[in-house]
Ligand binder design. Structure first.
Ligand SMILES: [Zn+2]
Length: 451
């Protein structure tokens, strides 16, 4: 790759003009001035990035690939008035209706959209009480066909019964066991727990134990809505993070999704434990749950990554939402700077899943997960001073021209090279039509919060 404006996201926040990157065996082996590198490399295959932005592939720290199938659905339900009803009337009936075909179809089309918009790694949580055993193989197949990296997990919940929780945990164990032999695989296990208000202490303890055994990350929805906080205060006389801390869950391999409702004490507990947090601004706005105290967490050096929670898959939109939300929330135009938001979508996301030495920045020795962006309209010059502003204010996912994963171009000239995009959409549309028909007959899940 030559001649680009490279936003490295390294520790020094270096931005390099007229620079090139050499890749060998999937890793970055040289970064330097184009003239110097050209002499050295001779006739190697070269992507020309003149007038383009080069940055690390983005990391979506929390997603639900199957959320893709809800897009545009008009469900015949009484409109929910709060977060609990959103779960009871939309997400839980959807979970019930999901099958293996839907899991594959949604993972396929979501991976296509991620890849084409510059996301090279994501962490997915799948849920569906009628499609548990073996479902992660269906999702893994789709992710591998597209060629991006995914941490994938089944969301364990005891919403219906303890036995359901066990089946969820066992699916993650099965998948972790299966992938153990292929340590270099791009699809890796994630031990997912739904949320503290649908699981017992015993399940959380068990997940911590097995995840440690497989050296795999853990994720859990944490105080997304007030239902989580109130549940724990009423039953345990503790706030959510206090309960998770007391059970012994928190640690560097844990990614807490959302963390909208936190006390200062809870932020301290997260900081001390070195657990990470995934901020999902667009989903939080959609579900009207509140604004996560991201600035307070960053101040205490909590690692905060960025997710989409299965909603808008374009991470440029999610970055822009982060940039704007905290300004208006704090009524402070300097609340959060653009580079910090870029870090949240790249290196911080890599850190959430123990990948910071492999991906998340453009540095020597790292895996070459790199995206090249050509803004469709560039009203002002593109250089080292303007590029960060352009990334937050000008660029959309549609502007991503090339995407490399471990040096392999999975998107070239805005087209996926690994899987036929049209057939991916056809597979997903067929699955969605059938799913929507089944959803007509599914009742709201009213009794689903753990007593
Ligand atoms: Zn979620």
């Amino acid at each position: 790759m030559k001649n680009g404006v490279i936003v490295t996201i390294d520790r020094q926040r270096r931005i390099l003009e007229n620079s090139s990157i050499a890749i060998e065996d999937g890793r970055i082996v040289e970064i330097g001035r184009t003239a110097d590198l050209e002499k050295k490399l001779g006739a190697a295959e070269i992507l020309d990035a003149t007038g383009r932005i080069v940055m690390p592939g983005m990391v979506c720290g929390h997603t639900h690939l199957y959320g893709m199938l809800l897009r545009g659905a008009s469900l015949k339900i009484t409109p929910p008035i709060d977060f609990t009803q959103i779960l009871q009337r939309i997400w839980w009936p959807m979970d019930e209706a999901m099958n293996f075909e839907d899991a594959y179809a949604s993972a396929l089309v979501a991976s296509v959209e991620f890849a084409k918009s510059g996301v090279t790694t994501f962490a997915d949580t799948y849920s569906g009480p009628n499609s548990i055993h073996g479902v992660l193989d269906h999702i893994a197949r789709a992710v591998e066909e597209v060629g991006i990296r995914g941490f994938i997990g089944f969301e364990a919940t005891e919403r219906h019964s303890k036995e359901e929780g066990q089946r969820g945990v066992q699916e993650n164990v099965r998948f972790a066991e299966k992938t153990r032999a292929t340590a270099n695989s791009k699809v890796r296990p994630l031990f997912s727990i739904h949320a503290s208000f649908t699981v017992s202490d015993e399940l959380i303890t068990e997940v911590k134990k097995v995840a440690n055994k497989y050296d795999a990350p853990i994720t859990i929805h944490t105080s997304e809505g007030l239902v989580d906080v109130n549940h724990n205060l009423e039953r345990y006389n503790k706030r959510t993070v206090e309960r998770l801390h007391d059970i012994g869950l928190l640690g560097p391999n844990v990614a807490l999704a959302h963390c909208v409702h936190l006390s200062d004490h809870e932020i301290d507990l997260i900081a001390q434990s070195k657990a990470g947090v995934v901020h999902n601004p667009m989903s939080n706005m959609l579900n009207a749950v509140g604004v996560a105290p991201v600035l307070g967490m960053l101040e205490k050096n909590v690692n905060v990554g960025l997710g989409n929670d299965g909603y808008i898959f374009d991470m440029f939109e999610n970055m822009r939402a982060t940039y704007l939300l905290h300004r208006v929330h704090h009524q402070d135009p300097n609340a959060i700077d653009a580079y910090t938001v870029l870090e949240m979508a790249t290196i911080n996301g890599a850190k959430l899943y123990g990948m910071e030495n492999e991906i998340g920045s453009i540095e020597l020795g790292k895996r070459a997960d790199i995206i090249i962006i050509k803004p469709s309209i560039l009203p002002t010059p593109l250089n080292a001073n303007s590029v960060v502003g352009h990334l937050i204010n000008t660029v959309d996912g549609d502007d991503v021209e090339h995407v490399l994963v471990e040096g392999r171009p999975i998107v070239k000239n805005k087209r996926l090279t690994t899987f036929d995009e049209e057939s991916a959409q056809q597979i997903s549309q067929e699955s969605a039509s059938k799913l929507w028909a089944r959803l007509e007959n599914v009742k709201p899940q009213m009794d689903s919060i753990r007593k």
